[in-house]
Write a protein that binds this ligand. Structure first.
Ligand code: UTP
Length: 237
């Protein structure tokens, strides 16, 4: 029985790190199992490859919109690799728009896509899709284990939130982004969408696909935290 519609953003830095095929295969296997119980829409990030292409484009004079289009193409390449790992359980092409994603959902298959338009990241794509499709849960699987009060790489006093409101998320994201060189685990557009649509969101370490599936299962049965499941940060009003 299908229980939840889950939008899952998988950061390119974890999915496509070193383009390790074993990692795509492991995510594919975990997502196939999860799709037996939940409807899944997966958004893949660009990772190191996107950054390299964007840096190369920027250094030969491309403007930021051109760089964004190049980044979007790389996120779609990662989506195609994950589709290959999912085989027949996946919709065969990454949708290029939110409406195409909605139509692809009608196939009943796992929908995998990358970026959509310049000026944002795949976190924003995930948040907009979660709102558009009335998802039950959004997961941002990334290389850090949650949202901190400040950038934990530069501030030794940074403290992780276990639970926070969308408004608190927005405040943290904006104050982190204002500091040169700092990057928050959620993009500001995504934080704004999460605030307005009020979809339950979890930001978590996504290096191990099994922990992502554990968290989805735990959220669907709404039990007390299961021992060993690392939830990250839950954003809820
Ligand atoms: P990512 O979503 O991977 O960006 O998109 P990121 O947050 O920088 O990367 P991670 O999470 O660390 O892996 C890669 C790039 O693609 C463009 C942007 O330039 C972004 O930096 N992009 C992506 C868009 O312009 N629009 C989109 O909808 C998605």
């Amino acid at each position: 029985m299908i229980t939840m519609l889950v939008v899952l953003s998988i950061g390119g830095s974890i999915l496509a790190k070193n383009l390790d095929p074993a990692h795509f295969a492991a995510y594919g296997k975990a997502l196939r199992e999860l799709s037996e119980e939940h409807r899944l829409v997966i958004i893949t990030g660009g990772g190191v490859a996107a950054r390299k292409y964007i840096n190369a484009a920027r250094s030969i004079g491309a403007n930021e919109v051109v760089c964004d289009f190049i980044g979007i193409d790389v996120t779609r390449l990662n989506a195609q690799l994950l589709i290959a790992a999912l085989g027949n359980d996946a919709y065969p092409e990454p949708p290029q728009t939110y409406k195409e994603a909605e139509l692809a959902m009608a196939s009943g298959k796992i929908v995998v896509m990358g970026g959509v338009i310049p000026g944002q990241t795949t976190d924003a794509v995930s948040a907009i899709l979660a709102e558009y499709l009335n998802a039950d849960l959004m997961i941002i699987a990334t290389s850090v284990d949650g949202v901190y009060t400040a950038d934990p790489m530069t501030d030794p006093n940074a403290r992780k939130f276990d639970v926070m409101t969308p408004k608190e998320l927005l405040d943290v994201v904006i104050s982190t982004e204002m500091k040169a060189g700092s990057r928050s685990p959620v993009d500001p557009i995504a934080a704004k969408i999460i605030e307005r649509c009020n979809i339950e969101t979890i930001v978590m370490d996504g290096k191990d696909p099994a922990s992502v599936t554990d968290v989805v299962q735990q959220e669907s049965i709404k039990t007390e935290p299961v021992a060993g499941v690392r939830l990250g940060t839950r954003i809820i009003r």
